[in-house]
Design a protein around this ligand. Structure first.
Ligand SMILES: [Zn+2]
Length: 175
């Protein structure tokens, strides 16, 4: 998606999208977000033109996941080995699933995703930056993790240590 520019979104706006999603699912107070259930069961219930697919290694190659739009329908594809590990609650792979959920919510329906021709892309306009921010905000909700250690966040939120550390540093910096 690096060739595309999205509508600019600040981190706080992306945080609101993640929190609204949690609220609409009745999961606002839960540290451990069931991200596979979101993409496998909740999204299809809410959006009849959405599909979820576990993709074979040959199809996705180096990509761990992909969100593709075809006309009006949107599909999140997760590579089979990544799916299996996310299913086993591996933090890094849960992060990949949350990242694709971010592309779906923030970009897949957006008519404002433009092909970007050259020139520097501001991070707030970069769909990859936005999906990465969404991943962190959804899995490590700022309103729940105040005062927790990085290790506890990794364990309780089901994310990698690196992801927990990155997000907690952001919060500590007042972001
Ligand atoms: Zn991405």
């Amino acid at each position: 998606m690096h060739d595309f520019r999205a509508l600019p979104m600040k981190r706080t706006e992306i945080r609101d999208v993640a929190r609204d999603l949690r609220r609409s699912l009745g999961l606002e107070g839960l540290l451990w977000f069931p991200v596979l259930q979101l993409v496998e069961h909740a999204f299809p219930r809410l959006d009849k033109q959405y599909h979820f697919e576990v993709a074979e290694h040959e199809e996705l190659g180096e990509s761990h996941g992909l969100t593709v739009r075809d006309g009006d329908s949107v599909c999140i594809k997760i590579r089979e080995d990544i799916y299996d590990r996310a299913f086993s609650d591996e933090g890094r792979d849960r992060g990949t699933v949350a990242h694709e959920a971010g592309h779906y919510l923030l970009h897949a329906r957006s008519p404002a995703l433009h092909r970007h021709f050259g020139g520097p892309l501001k991070s707030y306009e970069d769909p990859e930056w936005q999906a990465k921010a969404f991943q962190g905000e959804l899995l490590i909700p700022k309103h729940l993790v105040g005062g927790m250690s990085v290790w506890d966040v990794a364990k309780e939120c089901g994310v990698s240590y690196d992801a927990a550390e990155y997000q907690m540093n952001l919060y500590a910096a007042g972001k």
